[in-house]
Design a protein around this ligand. Sequence first.
Ligand code: BGC
Length: 741
Amino acid sequence: MQKTIKSFIAILLAGSPVCLSAQSSVPVYLDETKPIEQRVEDALSRMTLEEKVAMCHAQSKFSSRGIPRLGIPDNWMSDGPHGIRAEVFWDEWDQAGWTNDSCTAFPALTCLAASWNPEMSALYGKSIGEEARYRNKNVLLGPGVNIYRTPLNGRNFEYMGEDPYLSSRMVIPYIQGVQSNGVAACVKHFALNNQETNRHTVNVNIDDRTLYEIYLPAFKAAVQEGKAWAIMGAYNKYKGQWCGQNQYLLNDILRGEWGFDGVVVSDWGGINNTRQAIYNGLDMEFGSWTDGLSEGTSDAYSNYYLATPFLKLLKSGEVKEEEVDKKVRNILRLVFRTTMNTKRPWGSFGTPEHGAAGRKIAEEGIVLLKNEQNLLPIDLTKAKKILVVGENAVKVMTIGGGSSSLKAKYEISPQEGIKQRIGNQAEVLFARGYAGEKSKAQDGLQVGQDLTDNRSEDELIAEACNLAKDADYVLFIGGLNKNDGQDSEGNDRSGLGLPYNQDKVIGALAKTNKNLVVINISGNAVAMPWVNEVPAIVQAWYLGSEAGHAIASILTGDVNPSGKLPFTFPVRLEDNGAHKLGDYPGKEEETYREGIFVGYRWIDKEKIKPLFSFGHGLSYTTFTYGKVTADKKEMTPEQTLSLRVKVKNTGNRKGAETVQLYIHDDKSSLPRPVKELKGFKKVFLEPGEEQEVVFTVDKKALSFFDPAKHDWIAEPGTFEAWVGASSTDIKSKITFKLNSL
Ligand code: BGC
């Protein structure tokens, strides 16, 4: 009886029209005390072929069908990864015009990665998961963990940087946080979607070692440690097959090697062939282009590769029912983990708590790149006049950029944040400095801001310089934006430089006022030909709803900056391996000739001086490092090595430092990077406080992927542990040996 009541509640919660009489026994699939696999088999046994096929493809832009007859709800997806996307019409990308779907915009994932703090990841995941849950989405289309291979990739802002270890550690808590709400995280874009230009046509040629060492680890961590319930196949091809229908990636690696038991979702419109979609590991097809009318089927979605064409093959016996069963099992698992989990929380949406979470993440992710003569923080006891220059001080940044575009409940611009913070302590003036192109509406959502300025470049510069002359501080807030060809999905940037003549504006301001701070807002590295003329530089990202507040708290020193770069800023594009050697942006074929030498691995190998290094980030206080010590000089592959290093805050402000551990292999049978990140720890220190950081080195940290053995191997020999404040600021080293067993 108790079970009957429980199952009845389950059905009610699932919004099903099914009615159970008080006497009816509880179907196994509704009994949450039963093992999930048993429930899956039971549900499957009750389904018709048509019902099974219906679950494998979209029924609208963002949903797929459940089985109302059985009380199995529809699946509802939402982008991701920075906030919950506004409702769109059933069959269009355009906004549906709801009035209750304005979300909290969280900082971009580059910012999260720059916090180097897994706790921020957990907070992010939990908060965005609550928003998704409240809006009744059971799949969040994010996070993204494609590796930062080129600074031109328009979508880097949605990812977690250039290093496989950093992105692996940071993606896990995000997933766990999202899924604690009974919402699946759908990790994307699996795999090798490292550029937007030609993303639908390009076939990536990559050697196995590079694939396993650089491009797969974050996905593997997401699946095996984060236990992601969903993954999205990328648009591009690998080994000649589109990634959403890819034998090697989906069947062999994801399911075969990693044991993934969640659902594989296609990217929207990423499926191009029925047979591959059937056999190569895809479960749910979304966003395919449809031609419902000429095919004469009941609705456009029936024309999906996994819809009528699939059903026909199943009915004719050409394809065995087992093929659809495999997919439906994965989908049922998703449903039981999410919508049919009666214990999942209710979620919350657009709350002050979520705003505060976004602000905290933003404040931890902003990176102080340069700060000569401690120009920052702004000294409000002395400043009388502060000049803010630049379009990004006022431009709406939550709208645009493609599928991660948001209808934010609010967005505090940098100018507004600075004004609010400074209040009447000083005069805050604004000059435009430059004018970019008009913001594009995204999916029918108008930016609602007209930044048209018809003055000439020279007039804009003259105005800014005039006001700058007697300002105590000049804050230039520029960078990129979410327009096409910048930080935006669908196409890449055309070069490393700043657009709209900003270099000239910055150059002119630097000549006019020596107290110039450049705040670069972007999701990508940019060239800074003026770097030596500007005393203070801050890397701010797309920071979401609380952008202005977070920037103001860093500039004024309310919060001590503690972000570190999750990717290298090269001086020139040619200082990046993909651009020096690769076939970028390859139309049909593209070979990753730089191999494992991505980001700082390339910089180290070629002995290039970067503009700003991977892992770099300053603070308003100072830290000193002790000598790193180890608990042993030699280890076997079965042992671990304990490394200890003391870090002290020697300044007079509290602050946080991210201590980084890199491993150097003295000699190996295959070429290895000079060093690789294998540990990091962010420590929060009061003035004068010292903490000991402990790292554990195991065999995994010493291994490389041997393509001949198709396995990770740790070769006996001498290694070095390098501990530092960035990839180029190594404070101390220690040598140890790995012996064979
Ligand atoms: C993007 C995905 C996104 C999907 C749905 C695609 O264009 O590549 O990341 O989740 O659209 O909006």
